[in-house]
Design a protein around this ligand. Structure first.
Ligand code: ADP
Length: 286
């Protein structure tokens, strides 16, 4: 075989591989009724915490739920669900997600890495990993897949927008500070440019309810998220106060809505869940 023929054969093999993968992606994603991504303009605003608690709330309602941790460099979903160190089982149909609380199916790059190993990957590799997470993981029939995206407007959200044009929409998490709101405006524009419908904006860490006297203290200037959502013409889903129990639950690896059902944070959060549910079911997302 000449080198020209070898190149042609190789190209054909690549094309075939890509088309098989595309077919698998279509089949696997076709079995999932709703896909919701959670994004933020910057890190540390509680995006992953909100993703796992949103997923838990929908699982609690009796839905079959999956969570894809699409944060390749900073995966935190396994830790938030107490699944660190779990192994992925594989079989002929592909790799199986790890089972989390309430039977949730969870997938993260963290399950494939040796302890504390950072991923040093550039754009195309990250895109490939996300494609494989969608196409090669045996998700099965699901009502909801929640996707935790890394902060910012980089390769991962871009990949999700390209690979899942049928996505229901994105939930955008912000914090009540001017800087964060300015950054999250970019996230809104990014989602709009990529034609990803916006389910709404959540303001996290919105004030602090004193556990002693019950008084609400505005640590940051609350209300920026609502104002920003109004200005951008996108729905505001609600705000969640700072609650030390949320941080403690994250460290323990339990969703706060399960371990602190009556806390101020859970009560505020459940209103947001209802707002998301209504937007999804009434199909009012634009
Ligand atoms: P992100 O995904 O945006 O980087 P995380 O979800 O990892 O943020 O949250 C960052 C930290 O803030 C975690 O320790 C988490 O427990 C804590 N946290 C998030 N929301 C709250 C809240 N409402 N009250 C108190 N701590 C919170």
């Amino acid at each position: 075989m000449s080198s020209y023929e070898r190149n042609v054969a190789q190209l054909q093999a690549y094309r075939q591989q890509a088309s098989d993968e595309q077919q698998r992606l279509k089949e696997r994603m076709g079995k999932i009724k709703h896909k919701i991504a959670v994004i933020s303009g910057k890190g540390g605003v509680g995006k992953s915490t909100i993703t796992v608690n949103l997923a838990t709330a929908f699982a609690q309602k009796g839905n079959k739920v999956g969570i894809l941790d699409a944060d390749i460099h900073g995966p935190s979903v396994p830790k938030l669900l107490g699944l660190e160190g779990k192994q992925v089982k594989t079989g002929p149909p592909g790799a199986f997600p790890v089972e989390g609380p309430l039977g949730m199916k969870v997938m993260s790059i963290d399950f494939f890495l040796a302890e504390q190993m950072p991923t040093i990957w550039r754009g195309p590799l990250k895109m490939r990993a996300i494609r494989q997470f969608l196409a090669d993981i045996v998700w099965g029939e699901l009502d909801f897949l929640f996707i935790d995206l890394p902060p910012g407007t980089g390769d991962e959200p871009l990949s999700i927008a390209q690979l899942l044009p049928e996505i229901d929409g994105v939930v955008i998490v912000t914090m009540p500070s001017e800087l964060s709101s300015a950054i999250v405006k970019k996230a809104i524009t990014f989602a709009q440019r990529l034609n990803m419908p916006i389910i709404g904006v959540v303001e996290n860490m919105s004030g602090f309810v004193c556990p002693g006297c019950g008084e609400k203290i505005e640590i940051f200037q609350s209300g920026g998220g609502k104002k920003m959502a109004e200005e951008a013409g996108v729905p505001f889903l609600g705000s969640i106060p700072i609650d030390p129990k949320v941080g403690a639950d994250s460290d323990k690896g339990t969703p706060f809505i399960l371990s602190h059902k009556d806390s101020a944070a859970t009560m505020a959060f459940m209103k947001i869940v209802e707002a998301v549910d209504e937007r999804i079911n009434k199909k009012t997302i634009t």
